[in-house]
Design a binder for this molecule. Structure first.
Ligand SMILES: [Zn+2]
Ligand SMILES: [Zn+2]
Length: 209
């Protein structure tokens, strides 16, 4: 049956040692996940590594009809797979209610909302086994928001498109940092936010140097 060997996620590839500019769009790589292919892959590759490993374990060719079939099956086996694997399965499926990528429909599509509920439940299940860090949880949420930004407020999107690339380095903001940062974003004080992040980027590089 299609049970994964273990439920850890996002740990197959080394994380970047600090933030760096995207060769395609020049923003901190990952910032423009929705529109820049290089930013997209900088984040998505961690998920795809888990998906590729799952396909290899199941002896399924990427891009085959079997890949589509297995995506349908595992979406109903929430507790048996790493949450990254469920996230990628969702990208291969279409929502029966709204016709969008599963999880990517309008904010009022309950089937799309339920799909996200399922992958968050899978993460919660793994967390209870001690297999999810706070940083990994934040990346799970961050990718979801970047991928389907129309389901979020403009402030939430503005916050997460900036924080997610930094999370890739292993960084996790303190509650105080996150609250101060969100307040500035809601107030439209983006120049101050970006100045603070620029300062943070120096410490991330130094910490990992
Ligand atoms: Zn880019
Ligand atoms: Zn939907």
């Amino acid at each position: 049956m299609t049970t994964s060997n273990n439920l850890t996620a996002l740990r197959r590839l080394p994380r970047p040692a600090g933030v760096y500019p995207c060769v395609n769009c020049a923003a901190v790589v990952g910032t423009n996940y929705p529109t820049c292919p290089t930013c997209f892959l900088a984040i998505e590759r961690y998920w795809l590594a888990d998906w590729d490993a799952f396909l290899a374990q199941e002896k399924i060719q990427p891009g085959s009809a079997d890949e589509q079939t297995i995506a349908h099956i595992i979406i109903d086996e929430v507790e048996r797979h790493p949450w990254t694997v469920l996230d990628i399965a969702m990208t291969l499926l279409t929502c029966n209610s709204c016709g969008s990528e599963l999880g990517g429909g309008p904010p009022d599509c309950t089937e799309c909302a339920a799909a996200w509920g399922n992958t968050l439940w899978a993460e919660h299940y793994a967390a209870r086994l001690g297999l999810v860090t706070g940083n990994e949880h934040a990346l799970h949420v961050g990718r979801m928001i970047l991928r389907h930004s129309h389901r979020q407020s403009a402030s939430i999107f503005a916050a997460w498109r900036r924080s997610t690339p930094r999370l890739l380095t292993g960084w996790l903001p303190t509650t105080e940092f996150a609250q101060r940062y969100m307040a500035l974003i809601k107030a439209g004080r983006l120049a101050e936010v970006d100045a603070a992040l620029h300062e943070l980027d120096q410490t991330l590089s130094m910490r990992l140097a």
